[in-house]
Design a protein around this ligand. Sequence first.
Ligand SMILES: Nc1ncnc2c1ncn2[C@@H]1O[C@H](COP(=O)(O)OP(=O)(O)OP(=O)(O)O)[C@@H](O)[C@H]1O
Ligand SMILES: [Mg+2]
Length: 195
Amino acid sequence: MENKREILKVVDLQKKFHKLEVLKGISTTFHENEVVSIIGPSGGGKSTFLRCLNLLEQPTSGQILFDGTDICTIKGKAIDHCRQRMGMVFQQFNLFNNMNVLKNITLAPVHVALQDLRKTRRKNFFTRIANVFRSKEKKRPLVPLQTSKKQIVADAEQNAMRLLGRIGLADKAKVYPSPSRADSASALPSSARSP
Ligand SMILES: Nc1ncnc2c1ncn2[C@@H]1O[C@H](COP(=O)(O)OP(=O)(O)OP(=O)(O)O)[C@@H](O)[C@H]1O
Ligand SMILES: [Mg+2]
């Protein structure tokens, strides 16, 4: 694996829930295009480990280097930005069987970005109305719209394809997750269905 690019490097990761020590100093590295299965007994800490990697749990100590940055030290918007560059598929009922892999992956980011776009449009709408009653010097500027629905969908799809490509599954983008659909058995590896 030495010639492959490191994507995630975990160094001495520890996670405690009060007195319960779940992760006791995990160190490992994940490389580009690598498929890794995490196995262990129930309650062994698999989900806790995965949740830490995505900062759904704040590690107690240690480092998680994602593309070289220690994400344990980042906060606020930087965490959102980091999560946008990671993918996580939750197990069981969280995939829509009537949507292909690409649509399943892009659904949430498109929804969130469209909400922001609508919020900005709504704000501009009310600013425009209020400006009608304001004197010339007191008129407020509109928030510039830097994107469109088409662009949001295109960006989400591009990001999803990049993420799929990273784990060698770009050719599965149009596959449906339901077992009743053709070619679905290999739509996602069981290791990708996590916590
Ligand atoms: N938020 C939490 N607060 C307190 N304890 C927790 C919390 N989340 C997990 N734990 C405990 O941490 C331990 C590891 O749980 P975790 O869910 O990571 O195990 P797992 O390996 O994913 O198990 P399974 O195979 O059953 O999914 C368990 O003892 C669990 O009760
Ligand atoms: Mg689990």
